[in-house]
Design a binder for this molecule. Structure first.
Ligand SMILES: *[C@@H]1O[C@H](CO)[C@@H](O)[C@H](O)[C@H]1NC(C)=O
Ligand SMILES: *[C@@H]1O[C@H](CO)[C@@H](O)[C@H](O)[C@H]1NC(C)=O
Ligand SMILES: *[C@@H]1O[C@H](CO)[C@@H](O)[C@H](O)[C@H]1NC(C)=O
Ligand SMILES: *[C@@H]1O[C@H](CO)[C@@H](O)[C@H](O)[C@H]1NC(C)=O
Ligand SMILES: *[C@@H]1O[C@H](CO)[C@@H](O)[C@H](O)[C@H]1NC(C)=O
Length: 407
């Protein structure tokens, strides 16, 4: 490949990468999932519906199955030190950046438990625990948790049609209502960004809404809101969401439980009536590797693979991330840059040799020429100038050089 071809290709690829960067999310996944946990084989007692999952920094998987919170480490179920009884209902789990595990117990006495996976201290109740109700020290039913980087717990209080905020320290006697909506509002999962914008899955209204804290409006529809259905601008009883933020672009993944598929919208195109793109699933209800049967929870591991709790199939599926066109362009650019650097190095060695020989030749010529330099020329160096050895030397050389050039 000629050098100009290199340049043209590089410019083309750089432009392409810059342009595709605007549309943040070009990631694709293998459409066939692999089963990483077969819940059926674990012989857990109760029927598991819509299991929720979380992963810690060591990639251990935690599953809230309505009966227990299970830790799946190297495919062996370990039970955490919680004594859930028949009145308990662990409905969801969340793990924060310090590897604290939060469990929503939506049983007889709704409360949120916190447990440090690193220090293994005793668990503490950090929210609720004062019976079911709608007071600010109570929770009715919680199916969605989120902990911010500044250690606030946001919880989706389904039956109370509200979003509450509690400090994770466990010191608060009551929580704060950051969002209270009408009876139709049925929050099941949420995400909170750095600016305290709330992304909420409103299950009964088949939509995902964006709110600011203390918003009294109905929020902005990001996905769905077009009635219950299976078109690409519709949802059917969505259960969970995943929000991935890159630079200036955000991607919203919605676990569209009733349609057995995962859809995504990018911030460049979301809104009421916007069509989502199928990420995985969408091949009808079933137990094939590209199908689901009422999926419940979704997480993304650090490699970008999607882990999905496939409820009625009683399995946890993993969908591996594949290289997208943008990734391929980026890799191509790396290869090109490497070969160019290699080429330039090789070239500079050759050029170096040429320069070396040219200089050697010139030097020979100069030395040869200097024999012919008239004495008068050298004598023009004043005593003042000669005080600086280097400038004297330069001066002499310049004169000789220019004589040589003028030849
Ligand atoms: C997914 O599975 C189907 C059928 O089992 C197979 O035909 C297809 O090649 C697989 N795709 C990938 C990317 O593995
Ligand atoms: C752990 O906490 C529970 C509930 O607060 C308490 O009943 C139990 O005694 C504690 N266990 C230890 C070892 O501190
Ligand atoms: C809270 O619950 C009480 C008793 O169930 C009810 O009378 C009241 O209207 C509720 N308040 C709200 C804001 O829903
Ligand atoms: C993101 O947006 C900010 C301001 O809106 C801008 O300064 C910055 O260049 C943008 N970054 C990218 C990667 O587009
Ligand atoms: C998968 O579904 C088919 C058809 O419904 C059924 O016959 C089969 O037993 C299922 N396989 C498993 C592993 O559940």
């Amino acid at each position: 490949m000629s050098f100009s071809m290199y340049i043209i290709t590089i410019l083309f690829l750089i432009t392409k990468v810059l342009l595709t960067k605007q549309c943040c999310d070009s990631v694709v996944w293998n459409q066939n999932g692999t089963t990483i946990v077969d819940i059926q084989l674990l012989h857990w007692q109760k029927t598991i519906t819509l299991p929720q999952i979380a992963i810690d920094s060591h990639l251990s998987l935690y599953i809230a199955d309505g009966n227990q919170v299970r830790l799946i480490k190297t495919f062996q179920p370990l039970t955490l030190p919680f004594k859930f009884d028949e009145h308990s209902y662990p409905s969801t789990v969340f793990i924060d950046r310090h590897d604290n595990l939060y469990i929503a117990d939506s049983g007889r006495n709704p409360r949120i438990l916190k447990y440090s996976l690193t220090t293994s201290e005793n668990w503490t109740v950090i929210a609720g625990g004062n019976g079911r109700g709608n007071r600010t020290d109570q929770i009715s039913q919680c199916f969605g948790l989120f902990v911010t980087d500044n250690d606030y717990l946001y919880l989706a209080d389904y039956d109370n049609h509200r979003i509450m905020k509690w400090p994770t320290s466990g010191k608060a006697k009551k929580g704060e209502i950051v969002l209270q909506q009408g009876d139709q509002f049925s929050p099941v999962d949420l995400f909170v960004d750095k600016n305290n914008m709330l992304y909420v899955v409103d299950q009964n209204q088949d939509q995902v809404q964006l709110f600011t804290e203390y918003d009294s409006t109905e929020g902005t529809t990001l996905a769905g809101g077009q009635g219950r259905g299976s078109n690409y601008d519709q949802l059917r009883v969505p259960r969970s969401l995943l929000v991935v933020m890159n630079d200036n672009c955000t991607t919203l993944y919605v676990l569209d439980t009733g349609n057995d598929r995962i859809l995504k919208w990018s911030s460049l195109s979301w809104g009421k009536g916007a069509t989502g793109t199928v990420v995985v699933g969408g091949n009808g209800r079933g137990n094939q590797s590209n199908q689901f049967n009422s999926p419940g929870g979704i997480v993304r591991d650090p490699q970008g693979n999607l882990i999905i709790a496939d409820g009625n199939n009683k399995r946890i599926q993993k969908f591996s991330r594949q290289l997208s066109e943008t990734d391929k362009s980026k890799i191509n650019i790396k290869i090109l840059v490497r070969s160019i650097v290699g080429g330039v190095c090789g070239l500079s060695i050759i050029v170096g040799f040429i320069i070396f020989y040219v200089i050697k030749y010139c030097h020979f010529q100069s030395v040869h020429l200097s024999w012919n330099v008239p004495r008068a020329s050298v004598s023009t160096i004043s005593t003042a100038e000669s005080s600086s050895l280097s400038s004297t030397a330069n001066h002499t050389y310049a004169e000789i050089g220019s004589d040589w050039l003028n030849d």
